[in-house]
Design a protein around this ligand. Structure first.
Ligand code: GRF
Length: 205
């Protein structure tokens, strides 16, 4: 069984999608920790409801505050094998991303390498996609390194947005696919079917 840690900053719909896929037996994994930079957000409420251990990397006065180097110790104790950034908005220090090289993945709500980088999160992404009149968008799951949205791409799902009338329309269309793509990639991880060859990422059937 794959031991997961999920990083969140808000709504937590991708965390829900992961938990549902585990619950339904689609992914053989367990979410052993939730980490957030927001002390109060729906995703943290979910962790509390389910008694999943949670940590905060912001808000030094909280008794759940933890430094990234201490988080490595906690994750080692919990035997965390994959870290999933599911709507996590803070930059992670290079010491942490280097330690977990090729073991941290992120979901981005556009087709990287377009519409990524600093400031490109949430509705900013969908607004930029809308304003340039892109006809296709969709989620990208990629490895995380110390630069925003720059790790190798693992999986993408193109979505036809030619009929979208607002950035919100695009967000809704893309989010629906995020909830499928992220669990799919985690499942493949759990099955050891994500391979790196020729400096590219391959997913085995
Ligand atoms: C998602 O659109 C994800 O792609 C982006 O942040 C959003 C998080 O949504 N990185 P949620 O918190 O999972 O509902």
């Amino acid at each position: 069984m794959l031991s997961l840690a999920v990083f969140v900053s808000g709504r937590g719909s991708n965390l829900d999608a992961i938990l549902n896929s585990i619950e339904n037996g689609v992914i053989n994994a367990e979410v052993k920790a939730v980490v957030s930079n927001k002390l109060n957000c729906p995703a943290i409420d979910k962790a509390k409801d389910l008694d999943i251990p949670y940590f905060f990397v912001s808000g030094t006065d909280s008794d759940k505050f933890i430094e990234y180097n201490e988080l490595i110790d906690e994750f080692t104790k919990l035997n965390i094998q994959l870290i999933v950034l599911a709507g996590f908005l803070k930059k992670i220090p290079a010491s942490f991303t280097d330690f977990y090289h090729n073991k941290i993945i992120n979901i981005h709500p556009a087709l990287l390498p377009s519409f990524g980088g600093k400031g490109m999160y949430g509705m900013n992404v969908h607004k930029a996609v809308f304003d340039i009149s892109a006809q296709v968008s969709g989620p990208t799951v990629h490895f995380v390194n110390s630069n925003y949205d720059e790790g190798k791409i693992i999986a993408q799902k193109p979505v036809d947005i030619s009929k979208a009338e607002s950035p919100e329309d695009i967000a809704a269309l893309v989010l629906k696919e995020e909830h499928k793509l992220l669990p799919f990639v985690i499942k493949k991880f759990a099955e050891n079917k994500i391979l790196i060859k020729h400096n590219r990422v391959y997913i085995e059937d």
